[in-house]
Design a protein around this ligand. Structure first.
Ligand code: 2NE
Length: 271
């Protein structure tokens, strides 16, 4: 039922439901789906494909197998100043994926079986929704392995679970099971492992039945609350998009192209 759209080395990019649902799967189960620079590069391409494809309405992010969603940065390729790829350059480019998930104007759903740990935990945090299997386990490891994510990984986490809980998660590096995650509002629902994908698809289909513009604007509005001027940029972009669709905006453009004065008199100044 899934159709592979493009071949990658570290991920899979597939669609279903006539191309309306895209699924990005981190495919490195031998390291609990830890990401290396190549993985991140491919994730960025896949998210861009989903963003640009007008057919796609919802994106699922997941990990291959039942053992892990993602275990964060691949510690075996971590070098002096970041995660080192074949080109020898150290990078922390997973932050670009976080930005992409947040900024793309379509809901992104984390489908979590097994571990969502470290930078893998942050990935599910930045997704719009998280559907967890009963075997899911969540946590940060940064202070244990000499790392931290003070950006969305902490500040946005605190918006979700509150300051005290976010500090506990980061300072103590404990793991939390799916039920605990549900109780702290970190995930949207917990389902048996065998129904994880069916349930996730059901949530996606419910969203697909709703107004794409309404969902798009809601995402931008909810982001703007925490994203400062970059949040306003996205929110205002949506306002411009809607304005371009109006007869009033079209009058301005048409008048310029037709080399005449615009006539805005017929457009009401609504209270
Ligand atoms: C994920 C977890 C809890 C799983 O435990 P378990 O017992 O199920 O598996 P095991 O045996 O630990 O792992 C299986 C194989 O996967 C590798 C392991 O080394 C092992 O390989 P072998 O030794 O058998 O060859 N593996 C697992 N996670 C890996 C990783 N992240 N990098 C490289 N190899 C990994 C357990 O494995 C675990 O705790 N993993 C480490 C989690 C972690 O600390 N992640 C990094 C956090 S920092 C980060 O992600 C980050 C950031 O903080 C800021 C910016 C960017 C990234």
């Amino acid at each position: 039922m899934w159709t592979a759209v493009r071949e990658f080395e570290d991920i899979r990019y597939e669609t279903t439901d006539e191309g309306q649902i895209a699924k990005i799967t981190i495919n490195r189960p031998e390291v609990r789906n830890a990401f290396r620079p190549q993985t991140v590069k491919e994730m960025l391409i896949a998210f861009e494909m989903a963003h640009e494809d007008p057919q796609v309405g919802v994106v699922i992010l997941t990990g291959e197998g039942d053992l892990a969603f993602c275990s964060g940065g691949d510690q075996k390729v971590r070098g002096h100043a970041g995660y080192v790829g074949d080109d020898g350059v150290p990078r922390l480019n997973i932050l670009d994926v976080q930005k992409k998930i947040r900024q793309m104007p379509k809901p992104v759903v984390a489908m979590v079986a097994g571990y969502a740990i470290g930078g893998g935990h942050v990935l599910h945090v930045v997704c719009d929704l998280t559907i967890a299997a009963e075997n899911a386990r969540f946590g940060q490891t940064g202070p244990k392995v000499g790392s931290f994510d003070g950006g969305l990984g902490s500040s946005y986490l605190a918006r979700i679970v509150g300051q005290k809980k976010a500090r506990e998660i980061w300072y103590l590096c404990r793991q939390y099971d799916a039920q605990q995650a549900l109780e702290m509002g970190l995930v949207n629902t917990v389902v048996p492992l065998e129904s994880l994908e069916a349930e996730t698809l059901q949530w996606c289909r419910e969203m697909l039945a709703h107004s794409p513009l309404a969902l798009r604007c809601l995402k931008a509005c909810l982001n703007a609350d925490c994203d400062g001027q970059m949040g306003l940029l996205d929110l205002a972009g949506n306002a411009t998009l809607l304005y371009y669709m109006s007869e009033e905006a079209k009058e301005g453009k048409n008048a310029f192209v037709e080399k005449r004065k615009p006539d805005f008199s017929k457009f009401p100044r609504v209270p």
